[in-house]
Design a protein around this ligand. Structure first.
Ligand code: CA
Length: 239
């Protein structure tokens, strides 16, 4: 059974979410402030956090960053009333894996939670166990990404994204496929989530490669305009 944390100051919305999740068999903690949320995160381990960004005591984005730092592997879904595209992007960059814009239906919320938990528990569907190209090595089952023997810490969805591309290395993987396989087959939102995660994945890999001496050589992730991405099977020629 999975333990979930709901961070929501609105009594009515919080009650609805909490009872819907409980009715679906989840163990739920409900924090009404950012401080209470961080306190709970310090004391328990959560598989998934639903985080309202508009909190009375703390900036929701701050809470998002803090939770991400303390629980690198939990699934973090923002609940936001903010419709501004920038806010969603900033939230994703602050560590959220996904977001729901208020008002949302409980059916949609439950479907999203179910999909995230299924993905979090059933990882490693790939037949292949190891991918190696140039200095990049991915161990799918161990969920480990190494660059010339040094582990690179990736966030959950960043790893999933890289692993999905690696499973089809040398081939194009469409945006739709990535959204379906890494997030949720029923995903109908925009694909900003994908863009932000791809940008941070690339940044983390290139930063890690640059820190080595001599700098590591990685197979590039090529952007295919209007289609998707391709992880190349060999390194880009050194310049
Ligand atoms: Ca609120």
């Amino acid at each position: 059974m999975s333990r979930l944390l709901v961070v929501e100051d609105d009594q009515q919305i919080g009650t609805l979410i909490e009872s819907a999740l409980r009715a679906n068999g989840h163990t739920v903690d409900w924090a009404r402030t950012g401080a209470a949320a961080l306190d709970l995160v310090d004391r328990h381990s959560f598989e998934l956090v639903l985080l309202d960004l508009g909190l009375p005591d703390t900036d929701g984005l701050h809470v998002c960053r803090e939770i991400r730092m303390r629980e690198p592997d939990c699934v973090l879904v923002m609940l936001t009333a903010r419709r501004e595209e920038m806010d969603v992007i900033v939230g994703l960059e602050a560590g959220a894996d996904d977001y729901l814009t208020k008002p949302f239906g409980l059916t949609e919320l439950l479907a999203r939670v179910r999909a995230h938990l299924r993905r979090a528990s059933g990882k490693g569907a790939a037949q292949q166990t190891v991918f190696q190209s140039s200095d990049l090595r991915i161990e799918f089952d161990a969920r480990r990404c190494e660059i010339r023997g040094t582990e690179v810490r990736l966030r959950g969805k960043e790893f999933d994204l890289l692993a999905r591309l690696a499973a089809d290395a040398g081939h194009a993987v469409s945006r739709e496929t990535l959204m379906a396989d890494v997030w949720d087959t029923n995903w109908f939102g925009s694909t900003k989530t994908l863009d932000v995660h791809m940008a941070s994945l690339r940044r983390r890999l290139s930063d890690a490669a640059a820190r080595l001496d001599p700098p590591a050589v990685l197979p590039p992730i090529t952007t295919l305009r209007g289609h998707g991405y391709r992880l190349e099977v060999s390194a880009a020629p050194r310049r």
